[in-house]
Design a protein around this ligand. Structure first.
Ligand SMILES: *Cc1c(COP(=O)(O)O)cnc(C)c1O
Length: 359
């Protein structure tokens, strides 16, 4: 067996211990004689898997009582429609555009009501987070929407926007469980699992209870938060295998010191990488200082041929999936929770060597 250092933006690296445990339990889950994949979602064993995953997530994130944890399908992208359908009572919402994902959410919301852009960083290719301390928040806005960590551009909100009392909704797909957060500052937090939690196919949404049950009349049953709240995410068959894998990952996060432990590792990995890039002759980071993500690091040489050479030599050396998103070009190293510190150390050595040989 030979495992590479996988810098993919998603689906992404999972902790090796989690994969090993899943492998060990693959054919016979704890004496049931079957795989979790083969198990009825109404069985006692699966109910326990789901309940434990929820309880562990609640404990890790310190989720208040009045928030529901939902295990959904359709990816983070389905939330782009589900959120306006459930929250747009006044048919108005405000958006802060910091990249492709918030733009997609904004376009989708526009189908259900007035979707206002109250700030944007598109003028400089989404390389920064705008000042959100005093924005023209709409008086009748049902919510203010952000994408907290911008996977494609490599930026992150270091401070939450001042929503002037309006409900904050945040896409945290690529920074979930990477630092302690105060859940009570949000109305809804949601994340696709494939970046920092589990295999693709599961979306976790943490929804303040009072926000449900006000959906637009056109809302499909399956897209109504109330449906899923009333049935504890089991109105229909949930993504059982992904929920099981999430449970294993949550145990792993707990063993590493919880979200505070994840934050420490994040800062260690990302400062090492940014320092190496900032001190190089060849490489420039896309994200401006002060807005840089600790999960997705975007950089380039400014010469497309040299970028391609870097990616191909890195791949040959066992550092894979470093090609940047087509919107930004250059390179992107996604260094999620499960990326070993050693992987980043070795990548830094590789960058220094490449810089010396090509600078
Ligand atoms: C990957 C990603 C998405 C899209 O997730 P899907 O699960 O593929 O719909 C949305 N938002 C952010 C921030 C992402 O990183």
């Amino acid at each position: 067996m030979s495992r590479v250092y996988n810098f993919s933006a998603g689906p992404a690296v999972l902790p090796e211990a989690v994969l090993q445990e899943a492998a060990d339990e693959m054919l016979d889950y704890q004496g049931t004689g079957m795989s979790v994949m083969e198990m009825s979602h109404r069985s006692e064993s699966f109910q326990q898997i789901l309940d434990t995953a929820e309880a562990d997530l609640r404990e890790l994130m310190n989720i208040p009582e009045n928030y529901k944890v939902l295990f959904l399908q359709g990816g983070a992208s389905l939330q782009f429609a589900m959120i306006p359908m459930n929250l747009m009572k006044n048919r108005t919402a405000d958006f802060i555009l910091t990249g492709q994902w918030s733009k997609k959410a904004w376009k989708e919301a526009g189908k259900y009501g007035k979707a206002n852009v109250i700030a944007s960083s598109e003028d400089r290719t989404f390389s920064y987070i705008p000042d959100c301390s005093d924005l023209p928040v709409s008086k009748d806005a049902d919510y203010v929407y952000i994408c907290e960590n911008n996977t494609i551009y490599g930026t992150k909100f270091k401070e939450l926007p001042n929503t002037k009392g309006k409900t904050l909704v945040a896409d945290v797909s690529s920074c979930f469980l990477s630092e302690p957060v105060d859940v009570s500052k949000y109305g809804i937090i949601f994340a696709g699992a494939q970046k920092n939690m589990a295999p693709a196919g599961l979306t976790v949404a943490i929804v303040r209870e009072d926000l449900a049950d006000h959906e637009l009349p056109c809302t499909p049953l399956m897209m109504n938060y109330k449906t899923m709240i009333d049935k504890d995410s089991m109105y229909n068959t949930p993504p059982c295998w992904c929920i099981y894998m999430l449970g294993l990952t949550l145990d792993w996060v707990e063993e590493q010191g919880g979200v505070a432990g994840m934050e420490k590792l994040r800062d260690l990995r990302s400062s090492m990488l940014y320092d190496t890039l900032d001190n190089s002759k060849l490489f420039k980071c896309h994200a401006e200082k002060g807005s840089r993500s600790g999960m997705n690091v975007t950089f380039r040489t400014g010469n497309e041929e040299l970028d391609a050479k870097f990616v191909s030599e890195a791949t040959a050396a066992g550092f894979v999936n470093l090609k940047g998103h087509r919107k930004v070009g250059g390179m992107r190293a996604s260094i999620y929770n499960a990326m070993p510190v050693e992987g980043v150390e070795k990548l830094c050595d590789f960058i220094k060597e490449f810089d010396k040989n090509n600078g």
